[in-house]
Design a protein around this ligand. Sequence first.
Ligand SMILES: NC(=O)c1ccc[n+]([C@@H]2O[C@H](COP(=O)([O-])OP(=O)(O)OC[C@H]3O[C@@H](n4cnc5c(N)ncnc54)[C@H](O)[C@@H]3O)[C@@H](O)[C@H]2O)c1
Length: 341
Amino acid sequence: MLNVAVVGCGYWGPNFIRNFCSLPECKVKKVCDLDLQRLVHMKKLYSEIETTTNADDVFDDREIDAVAIVTPVRHHYEMAKKCLQAKKHTFIEKPMASSSLECKKLIELSQKKECVLMVGHTFLYSSGVRKVKDIICTGDLGKILYISSRRLNLGLYQADINVLWDLAPHDISIILSILDSPPVSVNCQGKAHIHPLIEDITTMEIDFDNGTFVTIRNSWLDPYKIRDMIFVGAKRMLVYNDLEPIEKIKIFDKRVETPPYYDTFAEFHYSYHYGDVYSPYIQEIEPLKVECQHFLDCIKNNSKPDTDGLNGLRVVQILEAASKSLKKGGGKVKLTNFGKL
Ligand SMILES: NC(=O)c1ccc[n+]([C@@H]2O[C@H](COP(=O)([O-])OP(=O)(O)OC[C@H]3O[C@@H](n4cnc5c(N)ncnc54)[C@H](O)[C@@H]3O)[C@@H](O)[C@H]2O)c1
């Protein structure tokens, strides 16, 4: 039986407590939050769990094997460092840390201490995204020409990061897991409307080495909640709408065909192919439950998580390049040493 702890019981942390409590291989021994009210609430829900307002009580507890860090991003690095130094398997919520340098240091430390280091790229554990990945990997859509991803809603405004660092990790992690090619450059523009220093709308473009073009729009200032991704392939097109209760994925047998040869411009005719629309069945399981189980399995089997430190680093490298571009008001920023320690 593994003893786990959760640090951070705000909006997202309680979901970890609930899921770990539901898994028979582990016991939630301790939870931590600076806010005493949150701990009182957790104690009401789970009377057997110890609580503390001091994270060091978690790191110093020799009976705790693994810790999930679910605090705001600015604490991720220092907390994960202490955790790994205490030889505890460590789960960090997305984004992994505030800089790629911090990510690299954590990866090296986890290797030195022989601990599992996992990052909370939750969507990679969702049945919908896994299905999209399967479909694209079989080549059903043909070469992916472009991807358009939108993650828009009203709020939740964060105090320490802009909308790019808050929402884009989801889009980036999904896209990196699907495309079998490294990104080469990032261009990002955005604007701060409510808080003068924190951008609440961003638009990012990523060029991939194989020619795939990606656009990602993130917003905390939109009337509708939108979570959709469009994958345009040379043969077919796929729409993934995470908010659809049943038909989350639709595959459109649509494409544009160009003539094999033509002599003059006047002879050049596109032909538009319109075919069936198909929606595959997806069996829904709570992604966070799958993610928590995977963390425990990796600890038990001493194996590398699907979303390991290197995955976390790659996402942060793109966020950093996007931030550089954003600061200049846009313009391509090259990604150098992508995914390298
Ligand atoms: N994977 C997902 O889908 C998903 C969804 C939401 C949030 N998140 C991530 O989870 C993390 C937390 O987000 P949230 O929305 O729950 O934030 P939140 O602000 O609602 O909660 C954070 C909690 O951490 C506590 N905290 C802050 N500093 C602390 C410290 N030093 N010691 C102990 N507790 C401390 C705060 O009191 C607060 O209760 C972020 O990294 C966020 O990006 C991930």
